[in-house]
Design a protein. Sequence first.
Length: 759
Amino acid sequence: MSSERQPRRRRRPALSCLECRRRKIKCNRNEPCAHCVSAKLRCIYRVYNDEPDDQLPLRPGISPLKTSSSSSHATSPSIINQAQELGTVRPTSEHDSNATGSQATEPWAGAILGSSSTESQNDRPRTIILSLDRSSSQPHISPSEVEPGIVGILQRGQNTPSKSSASISMNGLSENGRDILARQLGLRDSQIILNKTRVLGWSLRLGTAQEFAPLISCYVAAANTAKGTMPQDTEKGALYAQIWTLLQKCKNMARSIKLGRPSRWLSYPNFDLAPPTREVADAMATLYFQSFESTHRIIHAPTFWSDYQKFWDRPESATASLRLKILLVIGIGSSLSDHAERDAGFRNIVHQWVYAAQTWLTGPLEKDRLDINGIQIYCLTVLARQVFSIGGDLVWVSSGSLMNMAMQIGLHRDPKHLPRMSILQAELRRRLWATILEIVVQSSLDSAMPPRISLDDFDTEAPANANDDELDETTTTLQSHPKSTYTSTSLQLILLDLLPIRLRILQLLNGLHSELSYLDTLALSSELTDKYRSYSSFIRDKEKSSVTPFHRNLLDHLVRRFLIPLHCPFAGEARTNPLFYYSLKVTLDSAMALISPEQDEGFSRLMSTGGGMFREAFRYAISVITRELISQVEVQQKEGVHHRNSHDIENLKKAVEGMKSLSEERIRQGETNVKGPMFLNMIMAQVEATEEGIPCDLKIAQSAKDSLELCVSLLEERASTISSPCPSNIGLTPNSLDPGYGMDLDFDFELLMTDSGFT
């Protein structure tokens, strides 16, 4: 036997408690864990600290956190030392207070520090395995590296002064996102919040911060005036009464405007399905293919233009499906043109086309619905509803029906498993399936609902990286271009490649039994941003190709907005726990990027009219940016240092002013939600009052009144341009409607403006 000392075998950190390991059952890693509590056993965690001194860093270029020279302790000393430097450490559970020879440590300690592993320096690069969910049905992340910000966060936290009102704890990292969010909302025991019969969406959850309390108080006080409850301050009382009166006036005007919508009188349908002039139709259809078809591959362009010509040659013989398809393409394209602005009547006609298509799809099922044409019309309708804000908040419901239809005709199976078909038909099916997946994940994020699809539910391969003009019914072979070659399918392929990451994010955010840990968040965020960054550079390298600013803006919008809900539970804790500062930075950077797209006239129009995924991202940005502005101004006043972050504050103010202008423009374009500009005006008033060091109640109330007066004038101007097609014999008037009738789609600003839903 060799006399040389053999290196000690490094063991994995004991993440489960000793009792669960002995019984070989799953441990939820709480202190104490659920099994020990139910069995009334002592819950003990043990960590083996037997790694060699030459510990690997987390990733190249980043040094590991310093470790204690002592190796006799069973607890990882570096974690304890770091925690003691940062603040207080939560005491371990009384269940293990009597344990000898071991101390409980955080289950994530080994993962952050890389304190124990079976790999050596000569092995493959260190990976950190993160369990996304505590149930076996959830996937696992195995990223090669966690975002470098985690080390920076820990080091930055050391320089942050501790506050007596909120002690900083390393143990805060062990709390999952669902629990943090429930605590922020004041919920207990798996409670949920319903907003007008629907589960609270992410944009609403983002708006529950304590910084917005003065605004909520103003709104509640205004509502109380309707009940005869007036404040003692007569000046404020008069303002609150005026605010409530103006709100009711806006509400009644919104009802009058909505009476013209076909959804109010479908029992008397009289849709105008006549196309515009050929010149206008050609221009609008071309705009569609130059914009939305880049990310949502729904139609094969050469086939469409051939059918389009036949339609104009003999419009009276066109089938209903062909007419609807052509009208939807023209309508969606018109959203990017100034033609609709110059002709308000044309925009109303386009809305009728969308309602007609939705009616055709939801009518009694016929064979011509359950085929490729039916799927194409469904995809176009869902897209149009979001582009024109027609029930965009309910797209998740429609996406489920769309998914079911697609699976019933076999789109979830790759064409190689189906009866023989042409190359064109096979590629069209693959493109449509990728488009449906994109619709599903986007609507799932907006509604805070599960995506209802997993990677195990389909085997359809990615479409070929080929241009439309390389495909027709006679094509027998198709050579896919390299990924480095830009084609009309490249943007869809990028979104499809990012789909698995976004699906994992959605499963953790919206899954019923999911537990989103901070390490999960960092790993997913790193994986998504790194992969998207590589694609972003690819797109920008193709300046000389047909990639336009609209394409880049749309792609950025569809991807970047996933980062805000992912980080939002932890970003809300950053002010009391600096370990979460990175999440605050990610949400703020993402929000600023969403409201500051590359200059493009068409995309600007889209953001002023769009609903669904376009409006929800705008709401995310409003919550994140306004909260940060209030926080920075409050800190500046409290510390008395007005020059330290004045540049950041000015940038945030400019962003809020820009969002306020966009909110007002949305009302000019048909939005009936007046609380958007009202809220932003109140934010600026709160900021000004804080900077001046005066009470903000009166200033906030005055700003709300001023904003509502502007909104009333905008709604009156909008109503004057609408000639309601509603028949006079169906008995519908604004006053005959139920007070809440139809208002759940787009009236309430829902961002923190409910007065009783959060307690």
